[in-house]
Write a protein that binds this ligand. Structure first.
Ligand code: KG4
Ligand code: ZN
Length: 341
């Protein structure tokens, strides 16, 4: 008889406290507490994030265990995000995991948050089996802290082909929103306003980069200058043109992202193409990728909305494969703000 494998996972790398339960590879529960406190500050305040994780972690884990209908004693192991992320936020999840694993005398599996985003494509829930990418596939991983093109050859085999040399694309969304006076995180708001705007209304400059590398800091600065110059001429410029500004800027970022993905697909001869991470929730990116996929004959994989942004279900997915391979972490493991693949 197949051994029952039940994994609890914890995600606390930024401002979402999340816990999930996976039973023999099937997701039973995924509970996330998001922190709205940061909205008023225009970005995540690390100390506040850490304190909120401390308050949320026990109720969130408790809710996930109850929803899954299991007891703590049934757990086979616990997966946790070791990094990358905010050190104070990570520390809460890592400390909690270590204590619980020690108390239950079960193994713990450290997970790279970005690998978690990619394996979100393998989350299975409910009765129907979802179609998953075949190996090897390329994944454009786009979040608040990262922008990467990754070649994935197996569940735990990842190779970064290219990444941003400065800011992440999520940062380019959020900072642009802040300049326009929108609250944090601004990415979803730019997406919302862009839907009824003219994407050809304004043009923004491109930064030429080698290979599959990206750069967004120049684009961010160009956007800031664009807004300031126009505000000098017309104090109502942003209010009167919000939808067109958002649509044009968003389309520009999408074009930059997808140009490199097209090159990577051509050079590697890989037509299985996925996107992952918070920015993969962007409706413009999803739509443009679908159109591009039809045109190029790609098999496209776009995560369900709830698994684009930070969640513990994706962390459980990586932890599950590590559990099956016996890749356990030592109880002395510490969080890693920077944590390479
Ligand atoms: O993956 P994630 O939840 O956290 C990190 O690991 O960083 O990504 C958060 C990022 C933020 O920059 C947020 O603005 C962006 O994802 N984001 C979006 C959308 N939804 C979330 N950006 C553009 N359009 C969206 N719909
Ligand atoms: Zn993330």
């Amino acid at each position: 008889m197949q051994k029952e494998v039940i994994i609890l996972s914890i995600e606390s790398s930024c401002d979402d406290t999340s816990a999930a339960v996976l039973h023999n590879g099937k997701m039973l529960a995924n509970i996330t507490a998001s922190q709205s406190i940061h909205e008023q500050y225009g970005g995540v305040v690390p100390e506040l994030a850490s304190r909120n994780h401390q308050q949320n972690i026990v109720p969130v884990v408790d809710a996930a265990i109850k929803k899954a209908g299991i007891s703590l004693q049934q757990l086979s192991g616990i997966g946790f995000t070791r990094g990358p992320g905010l050190i104070g936020s990570l520390l809460v999840g890592v400390s909690f995991t270590k204590s619980l694993a020690l108390a239950l005398d079960i193994p713990l599996m450290e997970v790279n948050h970005m690998q978690g985003h990619i394996l979100a494509h393998f989350i299975q829930e409910g009765k129907d089996l979802k179609k998953v990418p075949a190996f090897p596939f390329l994944c454009l991983t786009v979040s608040g802290g990262h922008t990467q093109i990754v070649r994935v050859t197996d569940f735990l085999e990842f190779e970064i082909l290219g990444e941003t040399t400065d800011d992440a694309v999520g940062e380019a969304f959020d900072k642009a929103a802040k300049v326009m006076g929108l609250p944090y995180p601004g990415g979803p708001l730019i997406d919302k306003y862009a839907q009824s705007g003219n994407a050809s209304a304004y043009k923004f400059p491109k930064t030429r980069m080698e290979g599959y590398q990206y750069s967004f800091s120049g684009i961010k600065t160009a956007f800031l200058n664009f807004i300031q110059n126009n505000l000098q001429k017309d104090a109502d410029f942003v209010n009167n043109n919000l939808h067109d500004i958002c649509a044009s800027y968003q389309q520009h970022l999408i074009t930059v992202l997808l140009e490199k993905l097209v090159e990577a697909s051509k050079d590697t001869n890989i037509n299985e193409i996925a996107i992952a991470g918070g920015v993969s929730a962007n409706s413009g990116l999803r739509k443009t990728l679908e159109e591009l996929g039809l045109q190029k004959g790609w098999n496209i994989f776009i995560p369900a909305f709830e698994y684009c942004t930070d969640n513990a279900a994706m962390i459980a997915q990586v932890a599950y494969y590590k559990y099956l391979k016996g890749e356990f972490s030592d109880l002395r493991v510490v969080p890693a703000a920077r944590y390479a693949f």
